[in-house]
Design a protein around this ligand. Structure first.
Ligand code: HH2
Length: 295
């Protein structure tokens, strides 16, 4: 395997740095009736909060909370409905021992979430939502810029690219430059290739296989393969039978330089990434001792 260049060692979240000197799991908390794999399971704020604490026990280093499904074809919901779902969950998570990111494309929802304790905004519009990047700049919140073609209603209509990896890299690089131009520190900005967001099965695989090209931009890289339909196509299995595929994608992405893994099944992914990380450490030791011997 080609040697990976330097990988971002930390991610800035308001007043703290999240260390990325090992893989970090972002446990998914979908407070939605209609998410593609767990819709309706965590609509009750008490159940949602319990699930968040359980994911931390299982090894999550971030909890990513969203209240609007972005599955292909999803229609948007009004901001007040989004906050009606999120507000009580934030109230129940004031003692959560790990940082919270809010998965939203609404400025007013992100603002309320930051007031309620979130320290990062997971922006699946990749900086295209007016005001969201400026909010991150003003508050110092971490910002995830995710690549999506169009919007959830239209994104799977055309999944052809000339070169999907080069295209995604260019779009995200420009989005990060714009974020820095409006006042974000570059250490605040993480990038995510947006698996499943306007990508074919082959496109998703290529993005994982050539992740180092995105990592070479120097930003922390998030990746979200969890239970997605490209795994279903490869495995011929429904969403609740894609765990092995999720793990394989995460382990491969780790070797490519991803450091934050947005997943539903925290415990098994944490265990798999723990082993994969030990192998990565052995690889680094071997290459360092090889360098020492040749000097
Ligand atoms: N995927 C989903 C939602 N948000 N954010 C980032 N940064 N990366 C992703 O890959 C990503 C994301 C879709 O997954 P899920 O939340 O499980 O489904 P739904 O959108 O139906 O709620």
């Amino acid at each position: 395997m080609a040697r990976l260049g330097p990988v971002a060692a930390r991610w800035r979240l308001v007043d703290r740095n999240l260390s990325l000197d090992r893989p970090v799991i972002a446990g998914i908390l979908n407070v939605t009736p209609d998410s593609f794999s767990d819709g309706g399971a965590f609509l009750d704020p008490e159940v949602a909060a319990e699930h968040a604490f359980a994911m931390v026990e299982d090894g999550a280093g971030i909890i990513d909370i969203g209240a609007e499904s972005t599955r292909p074809g999803a229609e948007g919901i009004p901001a007040d409905v989004e906050w009606q779902r999120l507000g009580p969950v934030f109230d129940a998570l004031t003692d959560l021992p790990v940082p919270i990111s809010v998965d939203t494309t609404r400025v007013e929802v992100a603002e309320r979430a930051l007031d309620a304790g979130a320290v990062a905004i997971n922006d699946v519009s990749g900086g295209r939502t007016p005001g969201l990047v400026e909010l991150a700049a003003r508050t110092g919140a971490g910002l995830v810029l995710m690549h999506m073609r169009g919007n959830p209603r239209t994104m799977q209509e055309d999944t052809r690219y000339h070169d999907v990896v080069a295209d995604v890299r260019d779009v995200l690089s420009t989005a990060r430059d714009l974020a820095v131009a409006v006042g974000c520190e570059s250490e605040q900005v993480a990038l995510d290739p947006g698996l499943g967001f306007g990508k074919s099965v082959e496109g998703n695989l290529e993005l994982i296989a050539r992740l180092d090209e995105l990592v070479s931009l120097g930003a922390p890289v998030w990746i979200g393969p969890s239970r997605k339909s490209f795994l279903g196509s490869l495995l011929d299995s429904p969403a609740d039978e894609r765990l092995e595929g999720t793990i394989a994608a995460c382990v491969t992405a780790l070797a490519g330089g991803a450091r934050v893994f947005r997943v539903h099944d925290v415990a098994p992914v944490a265990r798999a990434l723990g082993v994969a990380w030990a192998v990565e450490a052995a690889r680094r030791n071997e290459s360092e001792s090889g360098r020492a011997e040749s000097t």
